[in-house]
Every structure is written in structure tokens, then in C-alpha cells.
Design a protein around this ligand. Structure first.
Ligand code: UDP
Length: 496
């Protein structure tokens, strides 16, 4: 296909791994439908993306990295261009960096329209909700824009309602401890007051990140010509329908955004998803193979959360006391002069040797979740993790910490595939409770019910991404829209 015949889409992720990963998967998915996709990033993030892109290119997929120069952000150390690289206090600077990319993105767009690119100029920019400036860029170049939000449909509806209630100062309390969300929701939702971010309670003195995020969340899906979500129709029917009604736009549910090969069981080709794993895949698989089916607890709190010493030690004691085999991906706040050992109780590693695997850093999450020995996932309920776990049939013991994670926990609890064991970013797990919850998830009647619910979700997910499945149909819907946009442009340019 030549420069004019193939729809070209620019994809604009927010620089955090929980956003990069699903958008990379989406890029591969749509580019494999005979589209050109330019995935926008900055230099320090290239190493974590290159392998993925090379692999896609080797399969004949037209996926390119568009590397924009790093904008200067006061106080942000050189080479830190993603939230997972930074301590929490620098996250505001990553938002500033993301915001400042507009100038160089617009300059690149300008070049594309001057016919200097190797592909036709984009017909659409798919932008992460936290890159809201893309709406203006699209308007400036008279192209379409479609939003991608990494939360699920319920998480989107809930955070949207929260943001609007906060901004309009109508967040409704019921008694001392309860909040009722009712704005723009199909039915009122009750949450504990402390499940709604602390930062949202004082609108006049919100922290800079809340100030940045809330205005974006309250307009999710409304500014573009559609919304793409990493979920699937059968999992979140009610809230997908609700979002369609609320936005009046197409909402394409294209998830789960992961390779279909995982549905068949453990797949070793995953060590570079997001980051290079900090453990050899074959070593891990060998250990997993030696454990009995459904017995292992996988513990990970995503790409952003880093536990403090007190939390890490409490969790270590709980895992040790539970007597269950475990894999624990530990990300800690900072390494002291003596390394990370001070985060764990003395002798923990020796006492749990053989029964537990500790990964300091990045775990190959999908490889782990797709292994039959894994029976439970202790997770912070980031939406990617929740969806990955459900899609691979693993129930969740949840420790929701902030943002949409409380909404995701509720999705899990309502479908019977999850149970909560701790809460909040500052929460400290109760040793005894962790033991009880893990035993519940891994064995007994409750565990059986949870596994059945998770297996049902897995089956639905597999069907959704299969031929004729709902997610596949939605991907086609998006791709057809891109083709329509290209055709329209071609027809307009041939007008006398
Ligand atoms: N992830 C991973 N290895 C890790 C931690 C996370 O592969 O050690 C991946 C995980 O599979 C998911 C993403 O990183 O795709 C984390 O996204 P999520 O929404 O769960 O949490 P966030 O990082 O956004 O808090």
C-alpha cells in the first residue's frame, strides 16, 4: 500500500507503564488490521518499547515509534520520563512532561501534512485520557480524535461521577463514613468516605496531580469521536451501555488487550512486556512446574506503588505465616546502603527458600498468571492487573490503594472473583487476616466459588477476542471508522 491508501493513526500514551502496556497492545492489534500506527514516546522510554515494536515489525505489522524530544521540566532529573522510574513526589513532573509534549507533537503533525512523512498524515489521534491536549491538536489539523482510558467501564463511570461531583462541590455524604455517588450514574453507589481519594475532599487545596486529573476525568469520552476501553462487553455490559448513553459516542470495548496465546496456558515470550523481567523465565517456569495446581499466590502491586518498610515487613510475616507457596514482586521506596534486605524480617528469605520466590523489581506477570500452579493474585486492583487475572482465570485477593482501584475491587467482589484483604496506599496488612483470606481464596467452598467465577470470566474473555467475539467486532468497528476517515479525506482532496 502506498502513502495515500492506508489509514495512519497516531497513538499518544501517558508515560506510565499501566498506560503504555495496554496502548502498545492496542497498537499491535489495530496495526495488524492493515493500518499504520505511530506510537508516540520520548527517548528514555525507547528501550522498553523497542523489542515489542521490532517483534511486531518482523511479523509485517506497520507499527512505528515516534520519538519526540524530551521537553525540559524544572526539577525532573535527566532520564526519568515515566512514573514507574520516579519516586511518588516526582509524579507531578511526569504530568508536566506529558503536557509539554504538545509542541513537538504538533510540529511533527505539521511535517506530516507538508507531505514529508513516509506514511500519509494521520487521520486520527488516539490519545490517553491524561493527554487531553490531543483534542486541540486534532482540531488544529482537522483530524479526528478518539480517547483511550485505561480504567474499566465501571471505573470510568465511577471516577467520572466522582470528578464531576468534586468539581461541582456536590460530593454527597451519608452519615460520617459513607459517600453516595449519584451524578451521571445508572444507580447511586455507596462507598466508604476513605475509598474516595483524600485529595478530593478539599477542592480549593487539592494537590497538583488531583488538580490535573479531575478536570480530565470529568470529560472522559466526551471530547472525541469515540472512546476505547480495555474491557469486554460481556464483563461490563451495564456500564458500557451507560457510557454510550452518557457520551453519545461509540465506546469500543476491545479487551482484554493481551496476546491470545496466553489463553492456551503459560507462554514464555513475555519477559519484555513493559520492562525486561528481573528473573529468568525458564527458572521461574521450572519452579512453577514443581508446585501443585492452584497452590501459588502471586503478589504484585503494579508499576507505580512502592511499599514502605512497615508494609513490606508485615506482608512478609503474613506470607510466611500463611504457609502457602508464593511469588512476590517487590518494589520498595528506596534501597538503603545495605540493599533491600532491610525491608524484610531477618531470616525471611532463608526460611521461605524453596516455598517462595522473591523478585526484586519487575515480574513477567502474564507468564505467572497463565501458569496452572497459580491459584490467587494479591493485587492492588489496577485495572490491567484485574483484567489480566480474570482473563487468565485467577481470583484476586485485593488491596485497593487509590483512584479507580476501589471501583475495580467492587467489580471483582460483585462477580464473586475477588475478596478484599487490605486497603489504602498507607494501609498495613493484618497478618492474621491475610492468612485467613488466602486460605479462603485457595481452598474451601469460598475459594471454589471464586475460581469458578474467574474461570467463567476467562471463558468469556477468550470468546470476546476470538472470531466473531464482541471485542473483535469492536476492533473492526474502530478500524472501519479509520478507513471511512481516510476515504473521506481522499474524496475531499479529489474535489476540484
Ligand atoms: N506488570 C508486570 N510486572 C510487574 C508489575 C506490573 O508485568 O512486576 C504489568 C501488569 O501486567 C500490568 C501493568 O504492569 O499490565 C500494571 O498495570 P495496572 O493497571 O495493574 O497497575 P498500575 O501499574 O497502573 O498501577
Amino acid at each position: 500500500m502506498d502513502r495515500v491508501q492506508k489509514p495512519h493513526v497516531a497513538l499518544l500514551p501517558f508515560p506510565a507503564l499501566g498506560h503504555y502496556i495496554p496502548l502498545l497492545e492496542l497498537s499491535r492489534l489495530v496495526a495488524s488490521q492493515h493500518l499504520t500506527v505511530s506510537y508516540v514516546t520520548t527517548p528514555a522510554n525507547v528501550p522498553r518499547l523497542q523489542d515489542f515494536v521490532d517483534e511486531a515489525v518482523n511479523c509485517g505489522i506497520d507499527l512505528r515509534l515516534l520519538v519526540l524530544p524530551t521537553p525540559h521540566v524544572e526539577g525532573l532529573p535527566e532520564g526519568l520520563e515515566s512514573t514507574d522510574d520516579c519516586p511518588p513526589e516526582s509524579h507531578g513532573s511526569i504530568f508536566a512532561l506529558a503536557n509539554k509534549l504538545q509542541q513537538s507533537f504538533d510540529a511533527w503533525m505539521e511535517l506530516q501534512f507538508q507531505q514529508q512523512g513516509v506514511a500519509a498524515p494521520p487521520v486520527c489521534v488516539v490519545f490517553d485520557s491524561f493527554m487531553g491536549w490531543a483534542r486541540q491538536s486534532a482540531e488544529k489539523f482537522s483530524i479526528s480524535c478518539v480517547e483511550f482510558n485505561p480504567f474499566g467501564a465501571f471505573g470510568n463511570s465511577g471516577t467520572n461521577s466522582t470528578a464531576r461531583s468534586v468539581m461541582q462541590r456536590v460530593l454527597e455524604k451519608e452519615g460520617e463514613d459513607c459517600v453516595v455517588l449519584s451524578l451521571d450514574l445508572p444507580k447511586p453507589l455507596r462507598f466508604k468516605r476513605n475509598e474516595i481519594d483524600q485529595d478530593y475532599w478539599n477542592v480549593d487545596e487539592m494537590n497538583p496531580i488531583a488538580k490535573f486529573i479531575l478536570p480530565m476525568l470529568q470529560i472522559v469520552g466526551k471530547g472525541g469521536s469515540g472512546l476505547i476501553l480495555n474491557t469486554f462487553e460481556e464483563l461490563e455490559t451495564t456500564y458500557l451501555q451507560h457510557l454510550r448513553k452518557l457520551t453519545g459516542k461509540p465506546v469500543w470495548a476491545v479487551g482484554p488487550l493481551l496476546l491470545t496465546s496466553y489463553f492456551g496456558g503459560a507462554c514464555n515470550k513475555v519477559s519484555t512486556r513493559g520492562k525486561m523481567a528481573d528473573i529468568a523465565a525458564d527458572e521461574l517456569v521450572q519452579w512453577l512446574d514443581s508446585q501443585s495446581a492452584g497452590s501459588v499466590v502471586y503478589v504484585s502491586f503494579g508499576s507505580v506503588v512502592k511499599l514502605c518498610k512497615e508494609q513490606t515487613k508485615a506482608l512478609a510475616r503474613a506470607l510466611e505465616g500463611s504457609q502457602q507457596p508464593f511469588i512476590w514482586a517487590i518494589r520498595v521506596r528506596e534501597s538503603g546502603s545495605s540493599g533491600n534486605a532491610e525491608y524484610l524480617p531477618e531470616g525471611f528469605l532463608e526460611r521461605t527458600k524453596g516455598r517462595g520466590v522473591v523478585i526484586w523489581g519487575w515480574a513477567p506477570q502474564l507468564l505467572i498468571l497463565s501458569h496452572p500452579s497459580v491459584g490467587a493474585f494479591m493485587s492492588h486492583c489496577g485495572w490491567n492487573s484485574v483484567l489480566e487475572s480474570l482473563s487468565l482465570g485467577v481470583p484476586i485477593a485485593g488491596w485497593p490503594m487509590f483512584g479507580d482501584q476501589f471501583f475495580s475491587m467492587r467489580v471483582l467482589a460483585e462477580m464473586g472473583a475477588g475478596i478484599q484483604l487490605c486497603e489504602h496506599l498507607g494501609g498495613v496488612p493484618d497478618e492474621e487476616k491475610v492468612g485467613v483470606v488466602l486460605r479462603q481464596v485457595l481452598s474451601g467452598d469460598k475459594g471454589k466459588e471464586m475460581r469458578t467465577a474467574a474461570q467463567k470470566a476467562k471463558e468469556m474473555a477468550r470468546k470476546a477476542v476470538g472470531d466473531g467475539g464482541s471485542s473483535k467486532v469492536h476492533v473492526q468497528g474502530f478500524v472501519s471508522e479509520m478507513r471511512r476517515l481516510l476515504k473521506m479525506r481522499q474524496e475531499q482532496s479529489s474535489l476540484p
